[in-house]
Design a protein around this ligand. Structure first.
Ligand SMILES: Nc1ncnc2c1ncn2[C@@H]1O[C@H](COP(=O)(O)OP(=O)(O)OP(=O)(O)O)[C@@H](O)[C@H]1O
Ligand SMILES: [Mg+2]
Length: 231
């Protein structure tokens, strides 16, 4: 579904992602974990067409897409839930959701599925999005991405700022999507939950992948236990 090879990304003249190679197969839940500043956001923004200063290869659904504009990636079926959520605060919940589905002829069905996944959004349909709690706003951001019925859903640290309870709710929703066959790339610093949920993971440090493998293996890795799990 997604295959990234030898990706290098720059902010100005500063290189922040180095020779990155990883892949996500259709129907897989894959996580990329790593500390602040590791280059997670830079990597997925590049994949989504938001950063042009990059070399290497990004193949999505069999086609080279590196350097293609964000709109094209979106219409091809790649949806990114950004780190800052970027909902429209003064618009009602329902309008935010419908904006995510403007290109989707099946948006009624998509809306129904979003409401079943996050019932609180249905309850708050008419409420201004900016007045939702942090967790509800994250659900809205995910819901908006799902309105396009993406083939690949990329989430940039959805648990940031959420209580453990709400984090659990968001992760359970992602697990549910995974069981329904959605392909997910999850960026997280919440390493324990991310590895518990995903089959495979990559560890990104200083713009490089330093470890990769089955989540079970990563959870038992002494270096990861020490650096990320406080063991
Ligand atoms: N617009 C920018 N201009 C210059 N440097 C940037 C820019 N955006 C990010 N960087 C730098 O690139 C590096 C990677 O940042 P990035 O945001 O990709 O990391 P991250 O893994 O997403 O971190 P976090 O977990 O804190 O979100 C950091 O050193 C950061 O300072
Ligand atoms: Mg980030």
């Amino acid at each position: 579904m997604l295959s990234v090879s030898h990706l290098n990304v720059f902010h100005g003249n500063l290189q922040v992602v180095w020779d990155l190679s990883f892949h996500v197969n259709k129907g897989e839940l894959v996580t990329m974990i790593g500390p602040n500043g590791a280059g997670k956001t830079t990597t997925v923004e590049t994949i989504a067409g938001l950063n042009k200063r990059a070399t290497g290869s990004v193949v999505f659904d069999g086609q080279e897409v590196l350097g293609r504009p964000p709109y094209e990636l979106f219409t091809r079926g790649l949806a990114l839930v950004p780190e800052k959520r970027e909902i429209f605060p003064s618009m009602p919940v329902i309008e935010n959701l419908l904006l995510g589905g403007t290109q989707n002829p099946h948006r009624e069905g998509a809306l129904d599925r979003v409401f079943r996944l996050f019932p609180v959004l249905r309850e708050r349909e008419r409420q201004e999005a900016g007045t939702l709690s942090g967790g509800e706003q994250q659900m809205l951001a995910i819901g908006r991405a799902l309105m396009s019925e993406p083939r690949l859903l990329i989430l940039d640290e959805p648990s940031t700022g959420l209580s453990p309870l709400l984090t659990g709710q968001v992760f359970r929703a992602l697990e549910h999507l995974g069981r329904e066959g959605m392909t997910v790339l999850l960026l997280e610093q919440n390493v324990r939950n991310a590895l518990a949920m995903c089959e495979r993971g990559y560890v990104l440090e200083n713009g490089r992948i330093v470890e990769e493998g089955k989540s079970k293996m990563l959870l038992n890795d002494p270096r990861i236990q020490k650096a990320y799990l406080g063991i």
